[in-house]
Design a protein around this ligand. Sequence first.
Ligand SMILES: [Zn+2]
Ligand SMILES: [Zn+2]
Length: 476
Amino acid sequence: MDWGKNNVNAGPLPEMKEICIDHFVGKDLESTAFFLSHAHTDHTVGLETEAFLERLKEPGIKLYCQAITPILLGDFERYLGGEAGIEKLVRCGKLVPLDAEKTVEIEIPAKPSSYFVELTLLPAGHCPGSVMFLFESGSKRILHTGDCRISVDDLKVMRHLHVGPLSSGHVKSIDHLFVDSTFCSKSAEVFPDRRIAFEEAINYVRNHLKRGDKYYIKLKFAARFAHEYIIQELFKVFRHKVHVNKNRFMIYEQIPGLRDCVTLSPSTPFHLCDKTECFCGKETLTVRLSSMWYTKAQAETRSPIMKKGSFLTVCYSMHSSLTEIAKMIDYLKPVAVTPVVKPNGCSMQEVQEALISLCGWRFEYEDYQSGKSHLITEDSLSCDKSPRPLDGNEDAEECCISLPKRAKIDESNSKWNYCFTPSPTKSASSSRENSQEIIADGLDFSTLDNNPGTSKVVNNLKHTWRKQDFHENHGF
Ligand SMILES: [Zn+2]
Ligand SMILES: [Zn+2]
């Protein structure tokens, strides 16, 4: 499988070639500071190679990510030497897990001399550990969204994107926005609110469970790690834990807030396991969370959920819709925009046309890998193409591949209890009554090296996870 082939503009930033994002092979290895937005396979290309590991061993070379990402990466034996290798890299300060919404100054090795940038990780609302990277140097401010599901309301409460108090609404000037364009297509112009989709699905689930003890729910995610937030929401509504297999349990038990919602005991009506014996003699409703099917449906027949027999498919996109992307651009008003992903079955020309058709803000269009760079004007494009369905899956995932066998994690690994930011932060004023803050203190980072600017940051991490209420326009 050719993971990452659609991430056409992943790799080094054109303005700061030492900074390389979500692509770790070939000439990319000439960069000196590497960044991983989240642990999905189309963003990890090269992390499995000896060449990248060798590069990482060189003085000053580091890989940065959100603090939960190493936990998830550890479930894929091939990356960075597997779980033991990842742990070692964190200990020696080569893999730097960072908390979201805190600005740190990092040193970027360069010739003839290193330079410093301020880095802020912002919640991307895509999957556990997913973040956007905000880079600020003296001369440039660059925002890279990775994969994201972000509404303007989410952006409005991200203080690191604003000058002065949030209430002023004064957005920092962004020189270059690298944006998740997975659904930059007319066929994905609008997605239903995730809250509405969830509530409709909950009604089906409730009615199914009401019928008796042998009525079970089987959950299917769009990716190995994707919709974990749903597990918590289901627990909140039904007070039943979700049965998961041992490998998944060992990952989840390291994530504050999630560990209490999963179980190794099969005597629960909710299952995210792959054990056929769990469903033997049961009446099972399979709940599949996905969004690609929605883009393929005829506009007039679209609904947040689709029920067919014993299958309930819920439109629960992990990526921003075209409208959400356009609104993000209009809000941030970046000088230049680079779409990072080529939607399946679409050309980059179509991406460009889809953006211009919805954006009010005029920006420089930069598809630097294809060598396209120019100011978009109405005249330069032929808009109004009728939407056509996208192909394939929304993420290059491996949910169909069985999880590898792993050794049991011992108790000394409790330091892996990093934070989990499943969704963008709502404003404190509007969500305080509904948010829940879990702080896991006392974690042991003493074994990390004393590299200034990294281990210091990690040692000072507040392991904070804010569980948000559903968002009005964003859901989830
Ligand atoms: Zn992803
Ligand atoms: Zn089960």
